[in-house]
Design a protein around this ligand. Structure first.
Ligand code: 5GP
Ligand code: MG
Length: 199
């Protein structure tokens, strides 16, 4: 079940934005507003029960930290680590699991949190992995969804924003480990994507 996401079009970066961004896709204020609504949407589905949350780090770190505080339910938190992008702006092959789950999720209703749904390969792999641990259910919450990029069939249950097919940075999302601390989501200037000195 997908509860109402917001479709985003590109806007020109304002003069106050980070100098390396060509456009801002989602502002800090829009993220804050949407997170509050996501918290209510999650509560409406889970009722009063405790939610075992599994966040995929590093990219979902900021999202998970802020979303957690908008979910009124009791929660338990675990993180897993997956790598699929290196210092490139396109996906490099199969996602690898670098660090697995330690929370006992058997017979529990798990909520998996990730930053962005792109080809769908990462979340398809992680959900299959969690299902092997016999949870009662697994639902997925992503902040961004690039619907047009899917290579495997996968839909999230909760989506923050639908965005166009652009490589975005900020709010946890990196390019070569940079820009994670930007408070908004933006698109890098073309000359800063894959510069040889960052290889
Ligand atoms: P997938 O292609 O498997 O759906 O997504 C894999 C991962 O690639 C995402 O969780 C995210 O960390 C990363 N990714 C996908 N699109 C973008 C993007 O536009 N920018 C950044 N920085 N990472 C992305
Ligand atoms: Mg990710």
């Amino acid at each position: 079940m997908l509860v109402g996401s917001t479709v985003i079009m590109c806007a020109a970066a304002s003069s106050s934005s980070h100098a390396d961004l060509e456009t801002i896709l989602v502002s800090e204020q829009a993220i804050r507003r949407r997170l509050k609504k996501l918290g209510s949407e999650i509560k409406a589905v889970y009722g009063e029960e405790e939610i075992p949350l599994v966040a995929i780090i590093h990219c979902a770190l900021l999202f998970a930290a802020d979303l957690l505080r908008e979910i009124p339910n009791p929660v338990r938190l675990d993180c897993i680590r997956v790598s699929s992008y290196r210092n490139e702006t396109t996906s490099q092959g199969k996602p690898q699991l670098m660090h697995s789950l330690s929370l006992d999720v058997a017979n529990r209703h798990v909520l998996l949190i990730d930053d962005i749904l792109d080809t769908g390969k990462t979340l398809a792999m992680v959900v299959a992995l969690i299902r092997k641990l016999s949870p009662a259910s697994v639902k997925v919450c992503v902040l961004l969804d690039k619907k047009g990029r899917r290579e495997v069939p996968f839909e999230a249950d909760f989506v923050g924003f639908e965005i166009p097919d652009k490589f975005v940075v900020g709010y946890g999302l990196d390019f070569a480990e940079r820009y994670r601390n930007l408070p908004c989501f933006g698109v890098l200037k073309p000359q800063l994507q894959n510069p040889p000195e960052w290889a």
